[in-house]
Design a protein around this ligand. Structure first.
Ligand code: PLP
Length: 389
């Protein structure tokens, strides 16, 4: 059978994730230090794991409401109001999802008609463009540059808007660059969204992981006139080190949540109940552990940025997330060549910038959610490698 002819054309057209492809090469090699996968090296704090265990012990093994446990949605609503300064009605404006990944997928599917355009900034998280294509939309990547510290400039967004634009999709702090947007840039993007009557999707998954206290995190959802046109996406994977729990949420006006819920109830039914119980514990009592993890990432960020610059790989200091994005163009290698040779010659795994879109070429993503000693050894190995080039 010609299986390729049986696969839907939009699915056939999307590439596999460049990160996964690269990490298949890492499997089976000994002594590899990985600055690769974007996952906390911490185990989920014990009291959060315990809440999941208690949930099982108490025999809570059922489906929940499609929207998620109301007690969790109330916790989310309180937390979001406190942290993002936006208030959402727990029964009608919050949907619990299987990670931010699912929330992105169902938000796009709920809003896009075939051919509708979605503007997003690039380099970006690997799922954005394929998720738009899978929802029959058209991805419109706007390139962000090192000179702008990888923030998204409103004038570039304005130039990308067409009559088919439906959504502006942003992610600050950004994977893979760690970029944060200034208030002025967010205000400029908000103004455009209002003028052109667009929806904004904001992936806030790294929002707790901001390191420069003079600039607390600001969500576009909290700007005047924006709550009514914003879908705020957030989750537990990064700040609470809960990737395996697969839990996230969307906050948005009721009609949008209702539309997303329809897809969620048929595709997913609900998020796992033990993860939902663990998430309540994370929101209610998880701050001290989260802050301790953030402090540790902060130290590692400072060390890694300093070392990469000493080595001669120009690296801006990213304001958030747990990635640095050094410029490797001075070595004359492509990002893929650099990453492959670094892996083969020095057993250090980093992700080629090109995995995050064509504009990531010339850069490397290094994740510092890795033990401090490993970061130290990895930078020594990178220094040896660059010295030989
Ligand atoms: N959004 C961004 C920007 C990410 O970096 C990731 C994971 O790396 C996700 C979403 C996926 O998050 P989740 O584990 O909640 O599905």
């Amino acid at each position: 059978m010609d299986y390729q002819a049986k696969i839907a054309t939009n699915v056939a057209s999307i590439p596999r994730s460049g990160i996964r492809d690269f990490f298949e090469l890492v499997q089976g090699r000994d002594d590899v230090i990985s600055l690769g996968v974007g996952e906390p090296d911490f185990v989920t704090p014990w009291h959060i794991r315990e809440a999941a265990i208690y949930s099982l012990e108490k025999g809570q093994t059922t489906y929940t409401s499609n929207l998620g446990l109301l007690s969790l949605r109330k916790s989310i609503s309180r937390y979001v109001e406190d942290f993002f300064k936006v208030s959402y009605d727990a029964p009608t404006e919050v949907l619990v999802t299987v990670g931010v990944s699912e929330a992105i997928d169902i938000a796009l599917r709920a809003l896009l008609n075939p051919g509708d355009e979605v503007i997003y900034h690039e380099p970006c998280y690997v799922s954005y463009s394929p998720s738009i294509v899978m929802a029959h939309g058209v991805p419109v990547g706007v390139v962000t540059t090192k000179e702008d510290e990888f923030s998204l400039k409103p004038e570039k967004v304005a130039a990308a808007i067409t009559p088919r634009t439906r959504i502006i999709f942003i992610n600050f702090p950004t994977n893979p660059t760690g970029a944060c947007a200034s208030r002025a840039d967010l205000e400029g993007i908000a103004k455009l969204a209002i003028e052109h009557d667009l929806i904004v999707m904001t992936d806030e998954i790294y929002s707790e992981l901001r390191y420069d206290e003079e600039e607390p995190h600001l969500s576009i959802a909290s700007l005047p006139g924006m709550k009514e046109r914003t879908i705020l996406l957030h989750g537990f994977s990064k700040a609470f080190a809960m990737t395996g729990f697969r839990l996230g949420y969307a906050c948005a006006p009721q009609p949008i949540i209702e539309a997303m819920m329809k897809i969620h109830q048929y595709a997913m039914l609900c998020a796992p109940i033990m993860s939902q119980n663990a998430a309540i514990e994370a929101l209610e009592n998880g701050q001290p552990a989260m802050i301790a993890m953030r402090n540790s990432y902060h130290q590692r960020r400072d060390f890694l940025v300093k070392r990469l610059n000493e080595i001669g790989l120009d690296c801006h200091t990213p304001g958030g997330a747990f990635y640095v994005f050094p410029d490797i163009r001075s070595t004359g290698l492509s990002s893929k060549e650099f990453a492959m040779r670094l892996l083969e010659e020095e057993n250090v795994a980093c992700v080629p910038g090109s995995a995050f879109g064509p504009s990531g070429e010339g850069f490397l993503r290094c994740c510092y959610a890795t033990a401090f000693d490993d970061i130290r050894t990895a930078t020594d190995r990178i220094e040896r490698f660059v010295g030989r080039l």
